[in-house]
Design a protein around this ligand. Sequence first.
Ligand code: HEC
Length: 151
Amino acid sequence: MRIVEISSAPMPPCSPAERSKGNRMGKYFAMSLLILIGGAALAGEAWRAPDSAKSVKNPVAREVGLRLGKALYEENCVICHGASGKGDGEAAAGLKPKPRNLGDRLVQAQTDGELFWKLTEGRGNMPEWRNLPEKERWSLVHYLRSFAGKR
Ligand code: HEC
């Protein structure tokens, strides 16, 4: 909203040539403001999976997934997320934003599809895991459920 005000603010009277130059400058200024504000918003933005990811069902059976997921978690995720998902792994100290406690309601309330999407895509310090076969990623999702309610 503020951006619109800036670019449409009345210019002081001057020659038409100067005026159009001024308008152009105003546009560049507004554009760079937009980029700045956009960046700041992203940095503090909640991480949400797209709606299309929500309803995707976990194709891996729970028992199989739990077993496979545990091994994969220990191999790939403990370093940051910690053995019980609290975000207290060895490498967690420097992370910004810190990973949430994976047992937290905010994580567990997400569908399997959303968690699968997040661990596939990654964001910032959270690596993307699309190099792991889908079956392994879905298995990890089953394993993340075992943290539910752990504080
Ligand atoms: C190098 C550190 C690191 C490793 C390794 C890592 N993560 Fe993460 N993870 C993060 C960080 C940091 C975030 C928070 C990202 C954010 O909110 O922008 C995160 C967030 C997540 C989330 C989203 C939680 C939420 O808030 O909705 C899931 C799910 C997740 N990680 C799963 C995994 C799994 C599964 C693995 C292993 C295959 C893994 N992570 C390995 C650092 C890591």
